[in-house]
Design a protein around this ligand. Structure first.
Ligand code: GTR
Length: 415
C-alpha cells in the first residue's frame, strides 16, 4: 500500500458506539475445513496451529528460530539494592553469541529475603531500564530512544535526568513486598522503535543471503520484541533464583500488543497481562473504534508485517480477529485491562476479545471468564481470564498492579 494513498484516505477516529459497523467475528472453534472444534485434541492438533499461523503470516510476521549461540553474561549483582530490599542483577544477552551488538540488557530485581526461587513479572519498557526505578546504580542505557522531553531524552539518548522517570509505572516496592521479582528490558535493545527499513536492531542478523528486509510475512518490530522476550526467558531458565514455571509477562500499549503475541507463541510464559494494548493488541479490529488498521499501519509501518496492510479499511476480510490472539494463550491465565479515558484503545473492543476467547478456555477445562457484560468501572473480574476497566488515562498505575498481583497470587499461589 502506498503511504500517500492510505494517508489521504485516513478516516477520522470513530468514538460513537452507534457507528461501529455490523461485523461477524471469525469462528475461533471451527477449523479452516469447517469442522467444529469440540475436543481439546482438535484444538491443540489442528485449530490452534491454524490460528497461530494466520497471526504469523497476516499480522505480526513469522519470527526466526532461537539462535544457536546465544550468550548470557551477568554484568553486575548486588544483594542489598533498594535500601536492602532487593537483589539486583544486570544480565547482558548477546544474540549472535559474540560479545557485540545486537545485545539486550536484563535488569532483575528479586526480593532480598527470598529463600527459594521466586515468581517474576517480566516486561519491556519504552525508555531504558534506568527509568523503571529510583535506583541510581542501574546502568544508564546508551541506546537510541524516541524523542521525549519528559523523559529527559536529548538527541535520542538518555541523560542522568532520565533516571526513574517511568518509576510510577512499575510498583516495584509492592511487587517485592508481595514476594515477586521483576525483570525489565528496554524494547529498543531488541529493535529501535522507528521505521528504518529494518536496518538496525535484531532483524539484519537473520537476513538470508542477499535479503535486505523481512518478506511480507516475516517479523516486524512487535514480533521482534516478542521474540526478544522469549530469549529473555531462555536466560531465566538458566537462573536458579527464578521460579521458571511462574513467569508472568506484562506490557503496556504497544508493549501490551507485544506481551500478547509473545505469550501466544511461547507457552513457557505462565500468565500474560495486556495493559491498555488497543489496536493490534486486545482490541477487536473489526469494530474500527478509536485507532484502526489504517491509522496504525501508517503511523507505525514497522510494527506489523507488510501483509497486515492488505486489511486496511477491509477489516472484514481479516481471517482472524484479536479474540483469537487471546485464545492462543489458553488455558494459561490472561488479564486484559482498559482505562475509561483511553478510548483510542477501544475498551469495549478489549473486553470483547476476552469474552469471545472464553469458549477456548472452557473447552480446555478452565473456569473461563465469569463476565458476560462489561463490568462496572473499577470492578475487576478475575477467574482464569481477568479484565478491568479503571478510571483514568492510558497508563499503568498502582491500581493496575494491585489487580495483577492479586491475579498472580490466585494462579501462582492458589490464594
Ligand atoms: C500510540 C499508538 C497506540 C499505542 C500507543 C503506545 O501512538 O497509536 O497503538 O501503541 O501509542 O504504545 O503508547
Amino acid at each position: 500500500v502506498s503511504m500517500q494513498t492510505a494517508q489521504a484516505q485516513r478516516p477520522k477516529p470513530n468514538y460513537d458506539e452507534a457507528k461501529v459497523p455490523q461485523y461477524k467475528l471469525p469462528a475461533v472453534l471451527k477449523t479452516s475445513d469447517g469442522r467444529k472444534v469440540d475436543s481439546a485434541e482438535l484444538w491443540w492438533k489442528v485449530r490452534r496451529p491454524e490460528i497461530l499461523h494466520l497471526f504469523e503470516s497476516e499480522v505480526y510476521g513469522k519470527s526466526p528460530a532461537p539462535p544457536e549461540n546465544i550468550l548470557f553474561e551477568v554484568i553486575s549483582q548486588k544483594n542489598d539494592a533498594l535500601h536492602g530490599k532487593a537483589i539486583r542483577k544486570e544480565v547482558s544477552v548477546f544474540f549472535s553469541g559474540k560479545k557485540e551488538e545486537p545485545r539486550m540488557d536484563l535488569l532483575i530485581y528479586l526480593p532480598a529475603k527470598a529463600t527459594k526461587p521466586v515468581p517474576v513479572f517480566m516486561g519491556l519498557n519504552f525508555y531504558g531500564n534506568h527509568t523503571i526505578a529510583n535506583d541510581p546504580e542501574i546502568t544508564l542505557s546508551t541506546k537510541w530512544m524516541r524523542a521525549n522531553k519528559a523523559k529527559a531524552i536529548v538527541n535520542h539518548r538518555a541523560t542522568e535526568k532520565s533516571r526513574g522517570t517511568s518509576a510510577s509505572r512499575w510498583a516495584i516496592d509492592e511487587i517485592l513486598d508481595r514476594g515477586y521479582g521483576l525483570v525489565a528490558i528496554y524494547c529498543g535493545d531488541i529493535d529501535p522503535d522507528y521505521d528504518d527499513g529494518f536496518q538496525n536492531g535484531i532483524h539484519p542478523l537473520f537476513n538470508k543471503a542477499g535479503q535486505k528486509k523481512p518478506a511480507a510475512d516475516e517479523w516486524g518490530t512487535i514480533a521482534a520484541w516478542a521474540w526478544g522476550l522469549s530469549r529473555a526467558m531462555d536466560y531465566l531458565e538458566t537462573d536458579d533464583q527464578i521460579d521458571q514455571k511462574h513467569v508472568a509477562l506484562i506490557g503496556h500499549s504497544r508493549l501490551g500488543k507485544t506481551s500478547l503475541w509473545a505469550g501466544a507463541q511461547d507457552q513457557r510464559f505462565a500468565l500474560v497481562i495486556s495493559n491498555n494494548s488497543g489496536c493490534g493488541g486486545a482490541a477487536l479490529s473489526r469494530r474500527r473504534f478509536g485507532e484502526t488498521l489504517n491509522v496504525i499501519n501508517n503511523a507505525f509501518p514497522h510494527w506489523f508485517c507488510d501483509n497486515f496492510n492488505k486489511y486496511i479499511d477491509k477489516e472484514e476480510q481479516l481471517p482472524v480477529d484479536q479474540h483469537m490472539l487471546v485464545s492462543l494463550i489458553a488455558p494459561r491465565p490472561v488479564y486484559v485491562a482498559s482505562a475509561v479515558e483511553d478510548r483510542w484503545a477501544d475498551p469495549r473492543g478489549e473486553f470483547l476479545s476476552v469474552l469471545n476467547a472464553e469458549p477456548v478456555y472452557k473447552l480446555l477445562g478452565t473456569s473461563g471468564f465469569g463476565a458476560k457484560q462489561m463490568p462496572e468501572v473499577n470492578q475487576p473480574v478475575q477467574q482464569q481470564m481477568g479484565y478491568h476497566i479503571r478510571t483514568g488515562k492510558h497508563d499503568v498505575i498502582d491500581y493496575d498492579w494491585k489487580q495483577y498481583l492479586d491475579f498472580a497470587d490466585r494462579h501462582f499461589r492458589g490464594s
